[in-house]
Design a protein around this ligand. Structure first.
Ligand code: FRU
Length: 436
């Protein structure tokens, strides 16, 4: 059982997939290579939860069985229809396998198809008989890439089901839209693009909050190296079901200002909140051969002309026991509530937050040794909504929520100490025993 953050049970994990509330439980599938702490031929790991913050690990749900997914079951999503769970994902078929490691290919060239697997109950996944291809490889390179088209997110519209895919044409990222009446037969509808935002768009998501359409996606090749060159952004967007056109109407916002989170996926919780969970990219295992974990669930809202991500109330509710020092924290997990004005500084075991000119800066230089290829200092835009910070601390992941989600800044860290230097703050830990 994982509490607060769902973590790799063993081996490598990346993107959340198939996130859904189904038959009274939340299911979170995710990209997993179970055999080693490195990316490889992708499977779908699986965990379930009743409250989004206590996760029970399940067996592998998807693994390669078909020609179209023989090199990996890449990212995708889930919907419920007539009581059944429909999973959608991208199948990869490598053109040239790496002879020294057949779990990877030599040149990033593979054929991408979109597949579905129907599960009767969310427990059994018949990888031999219940999979079928819904969108074969794209042959027209002016419409989309045969290689880089992936990560189907499916949702129910007014009269039909819709799918958004990430793709690329002429080195420029785009969305592709498809439509289906029965979740089995899909027809191409339209595309949408925005120049100058990376060469390929991964893991697209589209939903409405407070009647406002929001698109979240992860363009590749937008940031300067040395750093991750892909980063997740969100923006106001409006999708027209009749024409299949999407207007990307707003400015792009960073999904998270710490730039470690990637490939988020959203769905509704049982109370109708739009909840988002993202993958925290890690440069080294947090525990022997376990690498990768997920953020706490965040509720997406539209406020003051911006997109907010606040902590899910179930994450907040875990922190009931007041403590005076991180030494008393259960397994190093605690939450700090603090007020921070210009000129203030908080040092959380070597991770330093400071506020100047109404911008928050996070510096992880002291708790990220040896990773000079990845950025250590991050800064939010100007803060408008107040002085409050809610900081969730786990020994390897710090999530800083500014003013209930005006900005969020999340960073992976290694080797935090138990020393805190801060004014005006309270500390709470969880009141239950956590497993290692
Ligand atoms: C994003 C991503 C997806 C792909 C998956 C493969 O991190 O590259 O686009 O489906 O990971 O693991």
């Amino acid at each position: 059982m994982d509490t607060l953050h769902l973590k790799s049970p063993r081996g490598w994990i990346n993107d959340p997939n198939g996130f859904i509330y189904y038959r009274g439980e939340y299911h979170l599938f995710y990209q997993r290579f179970p055999y080693a702490a490195r990316w490889g031929r992708m499977h779908w790991g699986h965990a379930v939860s009743r409250d989004l913050v206590h996760w029970e690990h399940k067996d592998i749900a998807l693994f390669p069985t078909k020609k179209h997914d023989r090199s990996g079951c890449f990212s995708g999503s889930a919907v419920e229809h007539n009581g059944r769970l429909h999973l959608f994902y991208t199948g990869a078929d490598y053109t040239t396998e790496n002879p020294e490691n057949v779990n990877t290919c030599l040149d990033d060239i593979f054929t991408a198809s979109q597949l579905s697997l129907i599960s009767e109950n969310g427990v059994d996944f018949d990888n031999f008989n219940a999979k079928f291809t819904v969108i074969p490889p794209i042959e027209d390179e002016t419409a989309g890439s045969k290689n880089h088209t992936r990560d189907p997110k499916v949702w129910r519209g007014k009269n039909s089901w819709y799918m958004i895919l990430g793709s690329t044409v002429n080195q420029s990222g785009r969305f592709l839209f498809y439509k289906s009446r029965d979740l089995v037969n899909w027809e191409y509808l339209n595309y949408s693009e925005k120049q100058g935002v990376g060469w390929m768009w991964e893991c697209p998501d589209y939903f409405k909050v407070n009647a406002q359409g929001v698109a979240v996606f992860s363009p590749m090749g937008v940031l300067q190296e040395p750093h991750y060159s892909a980063v997740t952004v969100c923006t106001f967007a409006d999708f027209c079901e009749e024409t299949g056109e999407m207007q990307i109407s707003g400015k792009l916002q960073l999904f998270d200002y710490g730039e470690d989170l990637y490939a988020p996926q959203s769905n509704l919780d049982k109370d109708g909140n739009r909840v988002v969970i993202a993958w925290a990219r890690m440069p080294e295992p947090f525990d022997k051969n376990r690498i990768g974990m997920f953020s706490i669930p965040r509720v997406c809202e539209v406020k003051n002309g911006r997109i907010y991500f606040r902590p899910h109330p179930n994450a907040d509710r875990l922190f009931t026991r007041k403590i005076t020092s991180p030494n008393e924290a259960e397994n190093g997990v605690y939450k700090i509530s603090a007020d921070m004005k210009n000129g203030d500084k908080i040092n959380i075991g070597g991770y330093v937050l400071s506020r100047e000119n109404n911008r928050l800066t996070a510096d992880r230089t002291n708790v990220f040794a040896g990773h000079t290829e990845i950025k250590c200092v991050f800064r939010t835009p100007e803060i408008h909504d107040g002085n409050h910070l809610d900081i969730f601390v786990d020994p390897n992941l710090i999530e800083v929520f500014v003013n209930g989600g005006e900005y969020v800044l999340t960073n992976v860290v290694y080797g935090l100490t138990n020393e805190i230097k801060a004014q005006n703050c309270t500390l709470c830990t969880v009141s239950e025993r956590l497993s290692e």
